[in-house]
Design a binder for this molecule. Structure first.
Ligand code: 5RP
Length: 211
């Protein structure tokens, strides 16, 4: 069974949670690319906010109503992919460099739902951890964060520089606190289990649902 098929199966299962009239946060990435048509097919009246220009464009093309983040201050549900899902519930996100907006939209949701293919399940998180950094003082921030590398990626839509932290991730809570407390770090890609309500992981044709 292909990875794309698993992504589609997980996305379609999560799309069933969405009800008419809901406010919906839309994540970013190739798994979310399967979510958008699954949502559009349901023909519900939704108010969506996208976490990236790519998601916004794809959602609008499918006829979903996308609004700026500002007119909505909370979501009934946010659905997004992940790069790693550890057995203790921690996530790594930001492979698509959208983790800052994704974390804001996840935190604003009553229910944050993660969708993934089976390759995203890991026993324990491993590097790299995506970062978004301020341009101001970039060299000094990188010195504090060592070992870190700049990613060959465009700036975020908010002007941030995308980088990756390559140190150990065996204490995600400690590392999240350290990264979050480092001046110049706009956001990091560690998402705590407390943020996550549901995880849908497809394995072959079946979908595991944890909540
Ligand atoms: C983007 C993300 C994505 O959700 C994550 O990279 C997973 O992507 P994909 O669904 O393409 O495997 O965090 O910043």
């Amino acid at each position: 069974m292909s990875v794309e098929h698993e992504k589609q199966r997980a996305a379609e299962a999560a799309a069933e949670l969405v009800e008419d009239g809901m406010t919906v946060g839309l994540g970013t990435g190739s798994t979310v690319a399967h979510l958008l048509p699954a949502l559009a097919r349901r023909g519900l009246s939704l108010r969506c906010v996208a976490t990236s220009p790519q998601t916004e464009e794809a959602a609008l093309t499918l006829g979903l109503r996308v609004e700026p983040f500002g007119s909505i201050d909370c979501f009934d549900i946010t659905i997004d992919g992940a790069d790693q899902i550890a057995s203790d519930g921690w996530l790594v996100k930001g492979g698509g460099a959208a983790h800052t907006r994704e974390k804001i939209v996840a935190a604003a949701a009553a229910r944050f739902v993660v969708i993934a293919d089976s390759s995203k399940r890991v026993t324990a998180l491993h590097p790299p951890v995506p970062l978004e950094l301020l341009e101001f003082g970039l060299a000094a921030t990188m010195r504090l964060l060592h070992p870190v590398s700049l990613r060959d990626a465009p700036r975020s839509p908010d002007g941030g520089v995308i980088a990756d932290y390559h140190g150990a991730v065996d204490d995600p809570a400690g590392l999240a606190a350290l990264l979050g407390a480092t001046p110049g770090v706009v956001e990091h890609g560690l998402f705590p289990p407390t943020l996550v309500a549901d995880v849908f992981v497809a394995r072959g044709d079946s979908v595991e649902h944890h909540n």
